[in-house]
Design a binder for this molecule. Structure first.
Ligand SMILES: *Cc1c(COP(=O)(O)O)cnc(C)c1O
Length: 455
């Protein structure tokens, strides 16, 4: 059987519950896992997957779950997207690995050309391919430091950049990402983020994007000194931090400041990139042109690949042989990426993200009018979050979010939770999800809230 016949897009696009979730076979696997897999690796929903297609995950007990997570914004072009699967299969049959640093191959060059063309700005660009988002961020920092001859890196509250030593230092949240894993890399400085839902003064006035950026600039000037700063690294829409969209003007003000001070501006689009927000990259929403941009997750439809793309003069300030890695730009991952990128460009997936976002925001807004616990609805395109609070305040309500996610899982809908306070439901469906399936998922969420918050 081919991948498509087993799961692929041939999988019927409907929710189906045939056992409890997780069912008996999943529970058996979970017991085996406990004595084989390190405890430190968690799973949001321990229903073991045997096939996935479009927006449906099929588990070992025969249940079909609606996927509102896309493996954390990875299978954005749809689970088992046909272009991705066909390209990867053909490449595996030709060769699996040479190491680009030993013998190069065309698909690596083609992915670099595509990223240079698609990322914001029409300046001359170069790309290096790597394996994971964290590795891309590490390399962006290496390149920025080599280019500027400076050490300091500025990151933000609620940021998430990965789990390697440098990226742990750059990530904000202690538990579970950092606690007990230090000492961390030095010369990483944390600045206040623009967080419109929580940036109110005593009179309830919102902090503007420009003023929030000024707060960052003052911090840099007074606590670091801009002449020591190699890079400002920021997610244009924060992912794990809770889909925080900074106030308008925040990002452009910081880009302008960075340019003036010779600081490399790095947009970490590992989660927000690739059609997810309704544009190919989230940076486009405010027309910012980052010096470097890090990508991963959605880049290759599920195969491990990441990239740093940026201004040729910055990228090429690092000499030959100084960047790379054994698997970086693996040929199967590159072939898959060319399939995924073709899907984003040719199947109108950015527009589809916009449409999906409208449905989600509409459904959440209706819930918000009934339940004050839905404190904030935000995001762009098909990257939408609902921040849950206590009934009569903006105190985070993590307990309710956990209960909704559990209710959804039991009823065949996979939703992800996130945020510094773990009080956020985030929606990242594959962009090929049908309107019907999306509405079905939100019917479940609505029923869950009705059960958990009786009038
Ligand atoms: C997931 C993520 C990373 C880390 O990517 P990995 O592939 O898990 O190493 C970095 N930055 C952002 C914004 C992410 O969402």
């Amino acid at each position: 059987m081919t991948a498509l016949e087993i799961g692929g897009e041939a999988l019927p696009q409907e929710r189906k519950i045939v056992t409890e979730i997780p069912g008996p076979k999943s529970r058996e696997l979970e017991a085996r896992r406990k004595s084989a897999v390190a405890t430190g690796v968690g799973s949001s929903l321990p229903a073991y997957v045997v096939a996935a297609g479009g927006a449906i995950l099929k588990d070992v007990d025969g249940n079909q779950l609606i996927d509102l997570g896309s493996g954390i914004a990875v299978t954005t072009a749809g689970n088992s997207n046909a272009r991705v699967v066909e390209n990867a299969k053909a490449q595996i049959e030709a060769f699996t690995h040479t190491c680009f640093m030993v013998n190069p191959y065309e698909s690596y060059v083609e992915v670099a050309e595509a990223l240079n063309r698609l990322t914001p700005g029409d300046h001359e660009k170069r790309t290096v391919l790597l394996n994971s988002g964290a590795e891309a961020v590490e390399n962006a920092v290496k390149i920025a430091r080599a280019h500027t001859g400076r050490d300091a890196v500025v990151v933000f509250d609620h940021a998430y950049h990965g789990r390697t030593n440098l990226t742990m230092a750059m990530t904000a949240k202690a538990a579970p990402y950092k606690a007990g894993f230090g000492p961390f890399a030095g010369e990483v400085y944390r600045a206040p983020m623009s967080y419109p839902f929580r940036d109110n003064d005593a009179a309830g006035t919102k902090l503007s994007g420009e003023d929030a950026a000024k707060r960052v600039i003052t911090m840099i000037e007074k606590q670091i000194g801009s002449e020591y700063v190699a890079a400002i690294v920021i997610e244009p829409i924060q992912g794990e931090g809770g889909f925080i969209v900074p106030a308008e003007g925040f990002l452009p003000t910081l880009v302008e400041y960075a340019r003036e001070k010779g600081i490399v501006f790095v947009a970490d689009e590992v989660q927000a990139g690739f059609a997810r927000t309704g544009k190919m990259f989230a940076s486009e929403w405010e027309g910012i042109v980052p010096d470097l941009i890090t990508t991963a997750k959605g880049i290759a439809g599920g195969l491990p690949l990441s990239a740093v793309t940026g201004r040729a003069e910055i990228m090429d300030s690092v000499g030959p042989g100084r960047l790379g890695g054994t698997y970086g730009g693996n040929p199967t991952a590159c072939a898959a990426a060319l399939g995924a990128i073709a899907a984003y460009e040719e199947d109108g997936l950015a527009d589809r993200a916009g449409h999906i976002g409208e449905i989600i925001v509409d459904r959440l807004t209706k819930l918000q009018s009934k339940y004050p616990e839905v404190g904030d609805i935000r995001g762009r395109g098909a990257m939408i979050a609902a921040e849950f609070v206590e009934h009569d305040s903006i105190e985070p309500n993590a307990d309710l979010v956990k209960k909704i996610a559990d209710y959804c899982a039991k009823n065949g809908v996979l939703v992800l939770t996130t945020g510094t306070f773990s009080n956020i439901l985030r929606f990242l469906p594959p962009l090929t999800i049908s309107d019907e399936l999306l509405h079905d998922a939100f019917d479940v969420i609505e029923a869950g809230l009705a059960e958990l918050l009786p009038a």
